[in-house]
Design a protein around this ligand. Structure first.
Ligand code: 0O2
Length: 208
């Protein structure tokens, strides 16, 4: 491990020069999401996006991922390899809203969807469910940056936040004791999400 190389990487990736373009890309997508939410909440007669939040990945977290993936510890390598330096999380109430939103993002002309990871149809081994949309977003000049938009239901988010804190980010072996129960909870959450969607559809037929 080259400590000097790592320290330099941490400084560069934490520098405003590196992070500013990502902030611009996030701002651009956030604005799009706000417009989409306004239009579709009116159209659907209910809240479309319950909440949205964003973050820039910390230099330490970037470094950890680069080492884990075996990438060269270089700022340019981080920019081209890491999809989630800029991350936006969008929470919807219903399963079908996840795909509705992904399709709406595909229709946006100035952003290019480069990858979709469907952990709703195919959850991760942990039980993690979410739809990840990776978009290439233009910023000033000819520059572009990747933004990972994680779209999930409120129920999926409840699971993911708890699991992220107590298991996903933990290194100790003790976490194995919770994995089975968490997987079972993730399965129950999927069932509940499907049931809530059916109930909503029945209610819509009833009232509309
Ligand atoms: P953090 O701290 O949340 O930022 P890729 O190069 O895109 O193929 P990557 O990024 O490992 O490889 O892809 P993946 O597996 O889709 O994971 C991206 C992000 O999804 C993770 O970022 C987490 O935010 C989330 N995630 C993935 N798996 C799990 C899981 O099992 N549990 C929870 N709670 N979240 C998960 P980071 O950088 O790993 O972490």
């Amino acid at each position: 491990m080259d400590i000097k190389e790592e320290q330099e990487f941490l400084l560069r990736v934490g520098d405003e020069k590196f992070t500013l373009p990502y902030r611009e890309a996030i701002e651009r997508v956030n604005k799009k999401l706000e417009t989409i939410n306004k239009t579709y909440s009116e159209k659907l007669g209910r809240t479309f996006i319950s909440s949205q939040s964003s973050r820039i990945k910390t230099p330490e977290s970037c470094l950890k991922k680069m080492i884990h993936k075996g990438y060269d510890i270089k700022e340019k390598e981080a920019q081209s390899r890491l999809n989630d330096i800029a991350g936006i999380r969008v929470i919807c109430s219903f399963l079908d809203d996840i795909y509705r939103l992904a399709n709406l993002l595909k229709e946006e002309e100035d952003i290019e969807i480069i990858k979709i990871k469907d952990y709703v149809k195919k959850p991760k081994a942990s039980g993690y469910q979410s739809l990840h949309v990776i978009a290439l977003v233009p910023i000033e000049g000819t520059e572009k940056r990747k933004v990972e938009i994680q779209i999930r239901t409120q129920a999926m988010n409840f699971w993911a936040v708890v699991e992220h804190h107590f298991v996903y980010k933990q290194e100790d072996k003790g976490k194995a004791a919770f994995e089975k129960d968490l997987k079972e909870c993730a399965r129950q959450i999927y069932k509940i999400d499907k049931k809530m969607l059916l109930i909503r559809k029945r209610m819509e037929q009833n009232y509309c």
